[in-house]
Design a protein around this ligand. Structure first.
Ligand SMILES: Nc1ncnc2c1ncn2[C@@H]1O[C@H](COP(=O)(O)OP(=O)(O)OP(=O)(O)O)[C@@H](O)[C@H]1O
Ligand SMILES: [Zn+2]
Length: 839
């Protein structure tokens, strides 16, 4: 990858420049240029929040992206009205990264900004203000003037005010100087929506008043006074047990959290009495939401092959930015990461470790926490916004030199990354599907590392073909670990023939005899079993046996999945639900049958087949709340579940010693993915889930059920022959022009009316064909799902040669074409969604 623009624009501060490009929270493709008034010149800096006028009436808050001396050609630059903060909110490297992302993924820079900023810092077309919860008028260093006080008064009655509200309250036209001053005085915060407000977590703490804490006689007197009042006495004793005031006076200073003091059931009113009588005092303190955990162990010593891999990685880093670590499942990649991370943070640089989905990888996060303790920040997708702001601030303040996070953690305010690690780099979930920016976190992270001049390590047991081919061409360093850590060996594979079993009447509730036997053996030896099926719910189709009717979503062209627990039919695309009909809505027949197996139904079948086994299920439906996933994992780890049925959630990173059997319920379903990557994905998915078996002493066995076990993909997987499989597939990719040989761009045309969508898609196609570069334009064709949420989807696929220049020409033209089409009256409400490097 190459930088698309020069470095100097982004690195220099303002040196007599007259113009600034501002990133605004509005849907315009690029930054907008404003004039820097001479009064602000000395303060202008990249990353500062500023106030500008946009259009006739709107006043917006934006971020300075660039300063320069080129006046805009198409319009007269308006002046920047004011600067909001003394310090920039984002650093120049971040801005540079945003610009790259908007350009590469063909979206608005405002959209990137929106994805990147936690809402506490986010800007929108209607910024609002709230009281800063840390603000205390009594102790504030900065006196407020009358108008400022008026605004704060108004905020006492109303949680939030818009700029316009403020203007009305004061009866003036230009509110921004006052807002700015209030922000500078730390009296208010600017935010976007009420529910996004950042509020620090406040704890009430209790301590002995100084007169008592420093005087044994005074304390003695207190004890005498509470004699006969056992409730008060008990609180006093509890306090002194936790805080030995005379030996450790500093602990009394810090106080004891009120909740802890009262946790053994002591009464709140007795505590109040003690406070009223001048024994205790209470005070408030802002605390971290993110728990502090001390490191509990040192990194393990590496085995000799791990050490060799570690040395090779570092050797490659001498000459290459990126290295691919191809290590089979259970080879101990995580321990190698740990050593590298330690080295880099010891040298004073930052480290980012990306994981496909934190909730799905709590085990690895736990292992890292043991080693890095409170130096490590965790950036979850299930975190609340407040928690995100704390991680953001932790990176800024240096509290977290190391962050483990999901794809959006690439936007954190790093200023000196030394290393970025992307674990399970092949994972499709690294790609953001919706909304824009539709970025691939692996590719974006490589770019981010490049901007920081940092190294990137990609780790996987089943590398993506993109990365493997980059490695085989020498663009990336390549390091391989081909056996498991310790004495563990790779699992043994068996194919179980569904068709043959059916003919011989051996099939029971869709399970083959072989699978049942292997499960039984595992249960007999107190070993655990994982069953994988990539389909949640009970059954994916409800069908009328008389007329063939199937239950369809009213808004999407997909069949509804039956969920037995909820007794509902649900659409997995839009969330539509309906109660199950007792009879067919078309012919009235009551012969409705449930076709196909989802995880819910498999769990039920297994409980019938193995009544003595304890079953568990892990899928989106059982893990919706924040701790659902962890609970199931804990039960599994504690041996309270014998057979765990799950979707792709059970394929990632699980490291349990007692799993001896992995069953793949429907191997064919994995292969039948309507996509050029289906083979690659099948290889990855099956190898990964199989890799959960036999990770310690017990030998692992994997059973794949299939109607067509002779498929050669299975053969390659079973032989574990990644390279052979890669070679075969790459020949096809080359022949039919697919990545990594070409660059793909998918454009989806959406509209509620099919005819309009079709017309618009053809018009687009026609225009794109005229762009004067080498390319292949396919389509437009109905999407895999022709209609989602009442929007028809038509897809065009563009294949470009892999050169930066070609892509720029194409994207420039595409911007123009879409703008022109949007001006056509018929197409005004058509939406075009551009997806670069689609999954
Ligand atoms: N040097 C070491 N000393 C002690 N234990 C180790 C060492 N290296 C790895 N292990 C243990 O071996 C097991 C497998 O290692 P790890 O989970 O890191 O493998 P992995 O390559 O990440 O596997 P996967 O790709 O399947 O997730 C873990 O339980 C880990 O704690
Ligand atoms: Zn739907």
């Amino acid at each position: 990858m190459e930088s698309l623009f020069g470095d100097q624009d982004f690195l220099d501060k303002n040196s007599g420049n007259n113009f600034a490009d501002i990133i605004l929270p509005v849907p315009i493709p690029r930054m907008f240029t404003y004039r820097i008034p001479s009064t602000l010149k000395s303060e202008i800096q990249i990353g500062l929040r500023v106030i500008v006028q946009f259009g006739k009436k709107k006043v917006l808050t934006g971020i300075i992206g660039k300063v320069h001396n080129k006046p805009p050609q198409a319009y007269d630059a308006k002046p920047i009205l004011d600067i909001l903060d003394a310090e920039p909110s984002v650093n120049p490297l971040q801005i540079r990264f945003w610009v790259w992302m908007a350009e590469y993924y063909f979206c608005h820079i405002g959209e990137v900004m929106f994805a990147a900023l936690p809402s506490g810092l986010r800007l929108s077309s209607e910024s609002k203000i709230q009281v800063n919860p840390n603000f205390d008028p009594e102790t504030s260093k900065y006196p407020l003037d009358i108008r400022e006080e008026k605004i704060l008064e108004a905020l006492e009655n109303q949680a939030e005010l818009s700029y316009e509200d403020c203007e009305k309250i004061l009866g003036i036209k230009t509110i921004h100087p006052i807002i700015k001053s209030l922000v500078a005085k730390e009296a208010i915060l600017i935010f976007e929506k009420v529910q996004d407000k950042y509020s620090p977590k406040v704890e009430t703490r209790i301590r002995l008043v100084p007169g008592i804490a420093k005087d044994k006689n005074a304390l003695q007197a207190v004890f005498e006074a509470v004699q006969g009042k056992p409730k008060q006495e008990s609180i006093l004793l509890k306090f002194l047990r936790d805080i030995p005031v005379f030996q450790r006076p500093e602990l009394n200073e810090k106080g004891l959290d009120k909740a802890t003091l009262l946790e053994e059931g002591d009464s709140e009113s007795s505590l109040k009495t003690l406070i009223k009588n001048g024994v205790f005092e209470s005070f408030k303190q802002i605390v971290n939401r993110i728990e502090e955990v001390e490191a509990e162990r040192k990194a393990y010593a590496l085995s000799s092959s791990q050490q060799a891999a570690f040395d090779e990685i570092k050797g490659h880093f001498e000459t290459k930015q990126t290295v691919l670590l191809h290590g089979v499942t259970g080879s101990g990649k995580t321990e190698i990461y740990i050593q590298l991370i330690e080295e880099v943070i010891d040298s004073g640089s930052q480290v980012l470790l990306l994981l496909p989905e934190i909730a799905l990888t709590t085990q690895i996060v736990g292992r890292l926490k043991q080693v890095f303790g409170s130096k490590m920040g965790v950036f979850h997708s299930k975190y609340s916004d407040n928690e995100r702001v704390e991680v953001w601030n932790g990176v800024l303040s240096g509290r977290f030199p190391f962050v483990v996070g999901v794809r959006s953690s690439i936007f954190l305010p790093f200023d000196s990354l030394g290393l970025v690690i992307i674990d399970e780099e092949h994972e499709p979930s690294y790609k953001q599907f919706d909304p824009a920016p539709r970025f691939h976190a692996r590719d974006a992270a490589i770019m981010l590392a490049y901007f920081h001049q940092a190294k990137t390590l990609l780790g996987s047991a089943t590398p993506s073909f993109e990365s493997y081919s980059n490695a085989s061409q020498g663009k990336y360093g390549y390091v391989s670990l081909d056996h498991r850590f310790g004495d563990a060996t790779l699992p043994e594979f068996h194919l179980a023939n569904l068709s043959a079993d059916r003919k011989k009447n051996l099939l029971k509730l869709d399970s083959t005899r072989l699978l049942r036997e292997k499960i039984q053996q595992a249960l007999d030896q107190q070993q655990q079993v994982l069953i994988f099926q990539n389909r949640r719910g009970y059954s994916p189709y409800v069908q009328c046996e008389d007329c063939g009717w199937t239950g369809q979503c009213v808004q999407c062209d997909v069949s509804l999945t039956y969920h037995q627990f909820a007794e509902e039919l649900r659409c997995h695309y839009c969330g539509y639900k309906e109660k199950v009909a007792q009879s067919c809505p078309v012919c009235g027949s009551t012969q409705l049958s449930l076709e196909g197996m989802g995880t819910e139904r498999i769990e039920e079948s297994l409980s019938l087949l193995f009544p003595e086994a304890r079953l568990g299920r892990m899928d989106l439906d059982t893990t919706r709340n924040k701790h659902g996933y962890q609970r199931i994992l804990d039960e599994f780890a504690a041996g309270q579940i014998d057979i765990l049925v799950g979707t792709q959630m059970i394929t990632k990173g699980l490291d349990f010693g007692n799993v001896s059997v992995v069953g793949i319920w429907d191997g064919d379903r994995i292969l039948n993915f309507p996509d050029f990557r289906s083979g690659e994905r099948a290889f990855q998915q099956i190898t990964q889930v199989a890799g959960r078996a036999g990770r310690r002493e017990v030998k692992g066995q994997v059973i794949i059920q299939s109607r067509k076990p002779e498929n050669e993909v299975f053969e390659n997987i079973i032989r574990g022959d990644y390279l052979e499989y890669f070679r075969q597939e790459m020949m096809d990719r080359k022949k039919y022009y697919y990545p990594p040989y070409v660059k793909l761009i998918k454009i989806t045309t959406r509209h509620t009316d099919f005819k309009t969508a079709e017309k618009a898609a053809h018009a687009l196609h026609h225009q794109m064909a005229k762009i004067p570069i080498k390319k292949i334009v396919l389509g437009p064709e109905k999407g895999v799902i022709a209609r989602i949420k009442n929007q028809y989807q038509l897809e065009s696929l563009i294949k470009l040669e892999k050169s930066g220049a070609t892509q720029s020409v194409f994207k420039e033209n595409l911007t123009r074409i879409i703008e022109e089409l949007q001006a056509v009256p018929d197409f005004r409400s058509v939406r075009w969604v551009v997806d670069v490097d689609p999954n």
